[in-house]
Design a protein around this ligand. Structure first.
Ligand code: 5GP
Ligand code: MN
Length: 329
């Protein structure tokens, strides 16, 4: 008899998921779920997916986000249940989702409330023995799908699937960028084969832009430039004001500089206040962008990272390009 074929050895990843699942099954305290500022599809999808799942599992649970959910994600089920004020003394346990550390949530750090981190970023803090941090996961939603299937598959409602699929879809940039393709497509297959309407979700995420956003994009693209294989767009404060557009509406713009043939990195630089620039970096496997972002106090993944840089725009661009050169592989 072939031993290896009949006994499935548990991988460290499955062990982590099982540990968390066993712990939460017997947990009866009040749980608060939090995710990062500038919430994206994986942050909001994972937050609400886990919220709906734990609620179905009979837990006392509340989702929190310090910043407003962007328009393109406002279709997600129970999005109105998200609280914007967090009083940690009201909660027995915090689950930090899709973020490297608690400070990324924009909330005041809790004094004593324990934290469990569920995430797929390369770096970050360890908070407890129940943390599930899997950098090889295509999205945090993918980790949660694994968790939910292990916990009790029958509790995974269509609404929960909708949330988790949104996380997977957006974090893989519509299944175009991922270091973990088999896993990403396996999740997609699982969700699609249970009759989730993924065409409808894609339309809700990508096809509800305001005409003003596209007009702003046209203005921004007219000033795109490339230097040292880095294609850059910049958006000044006054432009957002002129078009009356929230910064979150510019979320997908960075895919345009990345789409330039000669570019190995695409950058979007948005002014948040005078001499303070929110920077999004996207790559083509040629530069470790997580390291670039970390240099400026930010973080992220190899091919998608972000940071906030202070200084005059010219200096910001110079130091960004210098740092990108250092982290070429
Ligand atoms: P985005 O460019 O969409 O804001 O972010 C891309 C990726 O980098 C996301 O996974 C996001 O969570 C991460 N990221 C963006 N900004 C920061 C930051 O300031 N700090 C850390 N640690 N991660 C960031
Ligand atoms: Mn993510």
């Amino acid at each position: 008899m072939n031993f290896q074929r009949t006994v499935k050895l548990e991988t460290p990843m499955h062990k982590k998921v099982r540990n968390l699942q066993e712990f939460l099954k017997s947990y009866s305290g009040k749980i608060g779920l939090v995710s990062h500022i500038n919430p994206d599809g994986d942050a909001v999808g994972s937050l609400l997916g886990l919220y709906l799942f734990l609620k179905k599992a009979g837990k006392r649970v509340t989702p929190y986000l310090a910043e407003k959910v962007p328009h393109y994600l406002d279709f997600l089920p129970d999005v109105d249940k998200i609280q914007s004020k967090l009083d940690a003394t009201d909660i027995d346990l915090i689950i930090l989702i899709d973020a490297t550390e608690f400070s990324r949530t924009g909330f005041n750090a809790p004094q004593t409330t324990p934290i469990i981190r569920i995430d797929h970023h390369i770096s970050g803090r360890t908070y407890s023995k129940y943390d599930v941090v899997i950098p090889g996961a295509p999205s945090t939603a993918s980790i949660l799908l694994k968790f939910a299937r292990k916990y009790d598959e029958t509790l995974i409602s269509t609404d929960i699937k909708k949330c988790l699929y949104t996380g997977l879809l957006t974090d893989t940039v519509s299944f175009r960028h991922s270091n973990s393709f088999p896993w990403a497509f396996k999740d997609a297959y699982y969700l699609v084969s249970t009759n989730l309407d993924v065409t409808d979700i894609a339309s809700l995420v990508y096809e509800r832009k305001k005409i003003k956003t596209l007009q702003l994009l046209a203005r921004v693209l007219s000033t795109i430039f490339i230097r040292d294989q880095v294609a850059i767009i910049t958006i000044g404060k006054e432009l957002l004001l002129e078009y009356n557009i929230d910064r979150s509406e510019t979320e997908g713009f960075v895919s345009y500089p990345l789409s330039v043939d000669e570019a190995i990195v695409g950058v979007s630089i948005v002014e948040i206040e005078e001499d303070r620039w929110r920077t999004s970096l996207r790559g083509k496997n040629k530069v470790n962008l997580a390291k670039v972002a970390e240099t400026f106090g930010g973080g992220g993944h190899f091919n998608a990272a972000g940071c906030t840089i202070n200084g005059k725009l010219d200096e910001v661009i110079d130091s960004l390009i210098r740092t990108i050169k250092i982290h070429k592989v």
